[in-house]
Design a protein around this ligand. Structure first.
Ligand SMILES: Nc1nc2c(c(=O)[nH]1)N[C@H]1C(S)=C(S)[C@@H](COP(=O)(O)OP(=O)(O)OC[C@H]3O[C@@H](n4cnc5c(=O)[nH]c(N)nc54)[C@H](O)[C@@H]3O)O[C@H]1N2
Ligand SMILES: Nc1nc2c(c(=O)[nH]1)N[C@H]1C(S)=C(S)[C@@H](COP(=O)(O)OP(=O)(O)OC[C@H]3O[C@@H](n4cnc5c(=O)[nH]c(N)nc54)[C@H](O)[C@@H]3O)O[C@H]1N2
Ligand code: SF4
Ligand SMILES: [Mo]
Length: 724
């Protein structure tokens, strides 16, 4: 490696939405990573961040375009790959119409790439069918926040604000494993006994809360909504609500009051298993933190544990209602927030890769939004397609009569990470053309007809938007390997070959300037930002609109709700919600709740982290965490192979006995492919509002592979090929 320009580069971690600041320095032996001080990480990183440089020299890094010829992926040069691809895309469009080509994006893409991908779909392909993996991640929280607060900015306050809180209610988030440095902001509230965690497992985070004198509520999986209705009931019943706040800053409070009146704590206990005393204690501790009772501040935060559910939008709505009843939202030092997950999960949902959105968080069926964005793109508004299919429906439609015949995947590994992934494999196999852009041969890339190698974090310039809505700079620290291209270049080359109108710049700063113009006046307004401005000040919160020449630049908006909510009447809307329960419940044949989630060492489908030796060694395979009493009943010993099955398929993993999980529940992480890939059996039922799938809860049967005293069972047949 050329080290003549070994200048340390200030950038941010390639993985999650905390976007810990890191410095990359080229040395004669490779790249050295160190943590840098930044408000989200305060000089900390997790094991994934510290080992991230290993991503730069993974042995099977993609460096050449690949084309499937006679069943095999063979290396070709870029012109061959792009000419072939453009020809196939044009032919499919000519034969079956523009919606026959679909696009699947990712929340890890920079703002520039996400924006360009959305524009490419609408302008160069003319397809309505673009959606992304954020549908698996943030859609329910987004839908609820838009509905209740008028704006979806995951955390509408800087993370550091949590430091002053007296109580924090954390529902379905295991920060200790998913954003370890973020936990530092909760150290004081934990020490004061104010950390209240709701999780069917005694997760690392729940244990921290309980050991700090806080509370761990351990409900039946999928019953957070009645827990929240019960908490709100207790607050209202005991006269703890902030009535003046309700009268001046909200609408609809009476409807919510009526809707929770029948959720007596005793009834909540019956449905959720959370004891009355715990529920009442949690309600009182959170209420005591409210400024109306002289507290220093309280927060309600949600994670995927409650959102990845067929009632996720309503559950988040109930969490917001609880925060509103206590007067917490739109007040400095208190609030509601959803903890965004992917590196650019926030920016990724603002700039147009979502089926119903245009850049700047504009809605694609709003005529004014279409006119503005079409103006920036130099096309007629009528040429823009309408709403496309959301992710789960999109994947289910691939290769069906009248459905898309081609799919372009940018920044997602759906073969491993989509719900009911065996069915997804069948749909991918039914396509005429699967195109995957990636940095490594992911499980999805291996199924593709065309694979294009792209640059990764330390090899590119761009911007990311952190979980708090801070727009930050990703900077190039090392040259990309020979043969690898940036996605901006690939999209511009394809647009040119397809004869698309508009301009297709390839320089990230230039793409950002166009994005800023397209976002001007939208909910997520970036028009006052540029790479140059961000380079001067490191990070600014959106909305950050442009100002008339001569005026001082807009300072950004760390806390958007302080004066009013961005709703027509300026008030937060309280929306009554009801409990329906998960779509699938345990029965005699499938007696256990299966819940899924993450471990510290692996990121998502594991495509990146399974290639980092230290991380793979620390966490080599999937496992099923189950209670020793359940294990005893089923004849399962610690460490033996077990099979989990339901009507969608079967998974084979080792048992890990732990009293941290409920006796009616089994937990499996989703980071692994093959026989241990839990998404073979997760449910693809979706939330009716957000269309987000129910990853977190389904019903399963669990059996030891070799029952005590029996002969070994035959090897697991692969249920569905998925190979092409
Ligand atoms: N190590 C690591 N960190 C990551 C990621 C990663 O893959 N690995 N991914 C990033 C991304 S994209 C995201 S979205 C975030 C996700 O971050 P989290 O939301 O913290 O992650 P999960 O582990 O998916 O789920 C959190 C918890 O939900 C619990 N849970 C399951 N079912 C229920 C339920 O019915 N109710 C309640 N209350 N809880 C339930 C699980 O037991 C789990 O402890 O993490 C980000 N950070
Ligand atoms: N059972 C279960 N399933 C889940 C979840 C769960 O909790 N339980 N969580 C869901 C959630 S919250 C999420 S966010 C999804 C995520 O799941 P995926 O969408 O599969 O996410 P990743 O594994 O991060 O996949 C990203 C892919 O993009 C590649 N990549 C990285 N950077 C770039 C880039 O700049 N350009 C391109 N083209 N490629 C790039 C990586 O190598 C990797 O192959 O999983 C969901 N699936
Ligand atoms: S917490 Fe997230 S951003 Fe920070 S080092 Fe770990 S993976 Fe990277
Ligand atoms: Mo996510």
């Amino acid at each position: 490696m050329d080290v003549t320009e070994a200048v340390p580069t200030a950038t941010h971690c390639p993985y999650c939405a905390l976007q810990c600041a890191q410095t990359l320095t080229r040395t004669p032996t490779g790249v050295e990573v160190s943590a840098r001080d930044f408000p989200t990480n305060r000089g900390g990183m997790c094991q994934k961040g510290w080992t991230s440089a290993r991503l730069l020299d993974v042995p099977d890094r993609l460096t050449t375009p690949l084309l499937r010829v006679g069943g095999e992926l063979v290396e070709v040069d870029w012109d061959t790959a792009l000419d072939h691809l453009a020809g196939r895309l044009a032919a499919i469009r000519a034969e079956s119409g523009p919606d026959a080509v679909a696009v699947f994006g990712g929340g890890g893409l920079t703002n520039e790439k996400a924006y360009q991908l959305g524009k490419f779909a609408r302008v160069a392909l003319g397809t309505a069918n673009i959606d992304y993996n954020g549908r698996f991640c943030m859609s329910s929280a987004a839908a609820a926040a838009n509905r209740s607060l008028g704006l979806d900015r995951g955390l509408p306050f800087p993370l550091e604000d949590l430091r002053g809180a007296q109580a924090v209610l954390l529902l379905g988030s295991n920060l200790a494993e998913t954003m370890p440095p973020g936990l530092n902001h909760l150290a004081d509230v934990r020490a004061g006994g104010g950390l209240l965690v709701v999780d069917p497992r005694r997760s690392a985070t729940a244990a921290l809360a309980a050991d700090g004198g806080g509370l761990h509520l351990q409900p039946v999986p999928g019953t957070d909504l009645p827990v929240l209705l019960g908490l709100t009931h207790v607050v209202l019943r005991d006269g703890l609500a902030d009535e003046q706040y309700l009268a001046t800053r909200t609408s609809g409070a009476e409807d919510v009051r009526a809707s929770v009146s029948a959720w007596w704590p005793e009834r909540v206990e019956q449905v959720t298993g959370v004891p009355v005393a715990s529920l009442v204690r949690a309600a009182r501790r959170l209420a005591a933190a409210s400024p109306v009772h002289g507290g220093t501040g309280g927060y309600v935060l949600t994670g995927r544990g409650v959102e990845q559910s067929s009632q996720g939008t309503d559950t988040v709505t109930a969490a917001i209602n609880l925060a509103l009843v206590l007067g917490l939202c739109g007040r400095q030092g208190s609030g509601y927030g959803a903890i965004t997950g992917q590196g650019n999960g926030q920016g990724g949902r603002e700039h147009g890769q979502k089926a119903d959105q245009l850049p700047g968080y504009r809605m694609i069926d709003d005529p004014a939004a279409r006119a503005h964005v079409a103006g920036v793109w130099g096309v007629h508004p009528d040429s823009l397609p309408g709403r496309g299919l959301p992710a789960v429906a999109l994947l289910a439609s691939l290769g069906t009569p009248g459905g898309p015949r081609a799919l372009m995947v940018h920044g997602a590994n759906v073969r491993v990470s989509a719900p009911n992934a065996g069915d997804v494999a069948e749909r991918l196999a039914a396509l005429d053309l699967l195109v995957v852009c990636d940095i490594v041969p992911s499980e999805t890339a291996r199924l593709a007809d065309v694979v294009l190698p792209v640059t990764q974090w330390a090899e590119e310039e761009g911007t990311m938007t952190s979980l708090e809505g801070r727009v930050i700079r990703r900077r190039r620290a090392v040259p990309a390997p020979d043969g690898v291209r940036s996605e901006l270049w690939i999209l511009s080359e394809l647009a040119r070959r397809l004869g698309a109108p508009s301009r297709w710049p390839t320089a990230p700063a230039e793409v950002f300037d166009e994005l800023a113009r397209a976002s001007a006046g939208g909910r997520a307004d970036y028009s006052g930002l540029s790479h140059a401005r961000l380079d001067g000040g490191e990070a600014l919160f959106w909305p950050c609109p442009a100002v008339p020449a001569g005026s001082p630049a807009h300072p950004g908006t760390p806390r958007p709700f302080l004066d009013r909510f961005p709703t027509p009447d300026g008030r937060a809307r309280m929306v009554p919600v009801e409990h329906r329960g998960p779509q699938e419940r345990p029965d005699a044949g499938r007696p256990l709740h299966l819940v899924t989630g993450r471990v510290l060492q692996h990121y998502q489908s594991g495509a990146q982290t399974r290639r980092v030796p230290e991380l793979l060694a620390a966490s080599p395979e999937a496992f099923a965490e189950l209670h020793p009493l359940t294990a005893e009943r089923l004849g399962v010993a610690d460490g033996v192979w077990v099979r989990l099955s339901n009507r969608r398929g079967e998974v084979r993993v080792r048992a890990r006995l732990s009293a941290d999980v409920r006796t009616d529940t089994v937990f499996v992480p989703f980071h692994f492919p093959g026989a241990g890939s839990v998404n073979e059996i997760t449910n693809d039922a979706v939330d009716p509002v957000s269309q987000m799938p129910e990853f977190k809860v389904c019903a399963v049967d669990l059996r030891p592979e070799v029952p005590a005293g029996a002969a070994p069972a035959p090897a697991v047949p692969t249920r569905r090929g998925g190979g092409r």
